[in-house]
Design a protein around this ligand. Structure first.
Ligand SMILES: [Zn+2]
Ligand SMILES: [Zn+2]
Length: 72
């Protein structure tokens, strides 16, 4: 694991991981790593072309387009 991840993740036990940057609690290491890589401290960058909604991740925008605008 890269050094920055070791420093930023606080491991409480097998089911509890905390992001040191924002204090958010996660139930798996996969979730906290994904959060740090793609969410934590990042601006909303994926702008919906059809409404003012911005998403932090492309897959969230894709499901927004699908669910709200009925576009696949
Ligand atoms: Zn965080
Ligand atoms: Zn939209």
């Amino acid at each position: 694991m890269p050094q920055f991840q070791r420093n930023i993740i606080i491991t409480i036990d097998d089911n509890k991981f905390i992001c040191r940057r924002c204090g958010k609690v996660f139930t798996s290491k996969h979730l906290v790593v994904t959060h740090i890589l793609y969410e934590c401290g990042k601006q909303s960058v994926f702008q919906c072309p059809l409404c003012p909604r911005k998403c932090k991740r492309n897959d969230v925008l894709q499901s927004h387009l699908k669910n709200i605008h009925r576009i696949d």
